[in-house]
Design a protein around this ligand. Structure first.
Ligand code: PLP
Length: 449
């Protein structure tokens, strides 16, 4: 691409360090500058329109032109643009949003703590787990287990929980005491002839072996996304969570459900926790919580954990954790409006109505010569690619990111994550738009061969 001096692209290259981007390549390739959006489409600075096949970052549930969210933000900005929640202060949207989330929670939850990003919500969960075990007088029970290929964010603790090598390498992560167990990717990790159920048993056995090796009295919690989306849309094998939770219960290990992507109808239920029968002690939320129109995240905690925090903070004199923008009233007002729209517009029913068509396309693309496995649930899917369908994954081939580039030429924005091309459109997508998205993806796969 030719980059004109003083263009937006040239200024971006000159001044902007991009998250999750090859910084060297960026100097020659430059950015795709997005300037507007309508429904599930976004438009770049040259006027080219794309279907947003990933809802931004698995997050813009209501697309890119939901004026009711903009109006909710404006209304709140005019009345109380900012106030914090430190030292017994509160704002109405923060109170109403906490109340609404507790009412919606898929399992009984007691309190909500607000942060700004999924990473912060997960970092807060880690700190509260440590605080909780100190409150209970078991300071040695602090280790945390997550899964290889899981994604929980990039801050020091949540980046440690993330089980992807590029999130650790040269950042000196993971932190000691944050451990990883087997990724439940059946096709990749099952032994020849092993059934899904037998593979799930082996995953649970490996978790148990790790807990026993470390000493159950040192292991505090297990973090899991219901579906591991960023790691390549890994859908749990049958009976997986049932068996994992039996191990956690046996050794008194807390379960944190990271619902940052799955939360709010993505998997065909309001929460992935319902889709896969989880019984978490804590739940983290972000992204679709506000349909991504403003940054806000939340951590829901059970009554047992809350009771321990009350006792510990009374002993210390304060609960010494919080962000300037915890429960920011404008972000909270936008989140409340998003939740109101999900309900009023019947977003969950819509997802249930269109998901079969989306998944039928996904299954059909599973027969494409480049696709070694097509996986998905609700409105999220991954197409695992390998040049001859059977070859073991070779990251140097970068076939999924190549396919994503071809998709862009066909007017679809998506991403190659590891070996998998991910699809996670805005929840408002219509059946006609699903057909258009999948036809364009098929053309991109044909180009990639
Ligand atoms: N948890 C999950 C499951 C995610 O997918 C992500 C981001 O993609 C995060 C946590 C981190 O969220 P954030 O990027 O808002 O910090």
């Amino acid at each position: 691409m030719t980059i004109r001096p003083n263009s937006l692209e040239a200024r971006d290259i000159a001044y902007h360090l991009h998250p999750y981007t090859n910084a060297a390549k960026h100097q020659t390739e430059g950015p795709l500058v997005l300037t507007g959006g309508e429904g599930v489409y976004v438009t770049d600075a040259s006027g080219q329109r794309y279907i947003e096949g990933l809802a931004g970052l698995f997050s813009a549930a209501l697309g890119f032109s939901e004026h009711r969210l903009a109006e909710a933000a404006y209304r709140q900005m005019k009345t109380m643009p900012f106030y914090h929640a430190f030292g017994h202060k509160a704002t109405e949207p923060g109170i109403a949003l906490a109340e609404r989330l507790i009412a919606m929670a898929p399992v009984p939850m007691s309190k909500v703590f607000f942060a700004n990003s999924g990473s912060e919500a997960n970092d807060t969960a880690v700190k509260l787990i440590w605080y909780y075990n100190n409150a209970l007088g078991r300071p040695q029970k602090k280790k945390i287990i997550s899964r290889l290929r899981g994604y929980h964010g990039v801050t020091v603790a949540s980046g440690s929980l993330t089980g992807l090598p590029y999130a650790h390498r040269d950042f000196d992560l993971p932190l000691p005491g944050i451990l990883h167990t087997l990724c439940p990717h059946y096709r990749r990790h099952a032994e020849p002839g092993e059934s899904e159920e037998a593979f799930a048993t082996r995953c649970a056995d490996e978790l148990e072996a790790l807990i026993l090796r470390e000493g159950p009295e040192t292991v505090a919690a297990f973090f899991a996304e219901p579906v591991m989306v960023s790691g390549g849309v890994v859908v749990p094998p049958k009976t997986y969570f049932e068996k994992i939770q039996a191990v956690l219960k046996k050794y008194d290990v807390l379960l944190v459900a990271d619902e940052v992507i799955c939360g709010f109808a993505r998997t065909g239920n309001m929460f992935g926790t319902e889709t896969y029968g989880l019984k978490p002690d804590m739940i983290t939320l972000a992204k679709q919580l506000s349909a991504s129109y403003l940054p806000i995240s939340a951590l829901m905690i059970s009554e047992t954990i809350y009771a321990a925090i009350v006792a510990e903070s009374e002993k210390i004199g304060t609960f010494g954790h919080g962000y300037t923008y915890s429960g920011h009233p404008v972000a909270a007002a936008v989140a409340l409006e998003a939740l109101r729209i999900y309900e009023e517009d019947g977003i969950l029913d819509h997802v249930r109505a269109v998901a079969p068509r989306f998944q039928a396309h996904v299954a059909r693309l599973g027969n494409h010569p480049l696709v070694s496995e097509a996986r998905g649930v609700g409105l999220v899917a991954g197409l695992e690619l390998s040049p001859d369908k059977t070859t073991a994954f070779d990251p140097s081939l970068l076939v999924a990111s190549q396919a994503a580039r071809f998709a862009q030429n066909h007017g679809v924005i998506t991403r190659g994550m590891n070996d998998t091309l991910s699809l996670c459109p805005p929840l408002i997508i219509s059946e006609a738009e699903i057909d258009e998205l999948m036809q364009r993806i098929e053309r991109a796969l044909d180009d990639t061969r």
